[in-house]
Design a protein around this ligand. Structure first.
Ligand SMILES: [Zn+2]
Length: 137
């Protein structure tokens, strides 16, 4: 790599995802993950991506099939818990960000507006986890 891209860094803190967002393997299995908030990529997937970049034609081709199209029913069902865990990781990450906003005394109305929901919806969705963090601090 000639230059580093802004925002590309090793994921090392506890508030970052614990699995590769592409192959869904846990960090214990992949080793170093590189990523941004709530997403990560392992070395193996990065290398596969580099090959795709190197072999790609400049113009966009037809859309590839969805990943589940290549799976039989058993394989698809085996992937569902991993996708659900990825969803949970993203939700947990969002809670950490909302907690950071609340620790800055940002209002529930502003948080809700930022997330495209009402003040009441934001409070109902996040207040228990934020309160739990306040008590553990
Ligand atoms: Zn991976």
């Amino acid at each position: 790599m000639e230059q580093s891209a802004k925002g590309v860094r090793e994921i090392a803190s506890a508030d970052q995802p614990f699995m590769c967002s592409f192959c869904l393997r846990p960090r214990e299995e992949t080793g170093v993950l590189v990523g941004a908030p709530a997403v990560g990529i392992c070395r193996k997937c990065t290398e596969a991506a580099v090959v795709l970049f190197q072999n790609s034609v400049p113009e966009a081709g037809p859309m590839q099939r969805a990943p589940w199209d290549a799976l039989d029913n058993e394989e698809l069902l085996r992937q569902l818990p991993k996708v659900a865990k990825a969803r949970d990781d993203v939700e947990n990450h969002l809670r950490i960000w909302v907690g950071a906003a609340r620790s800055r005394k940002i209002s529930w109305a502003s948080i809700g507006e930022s997330l495209g929901m009402s003040r009441q919806s934001a409070w109902e969705r996040f207040h228990q986890s934020v309160v739990a963090e306040d008590k553990s601090a």
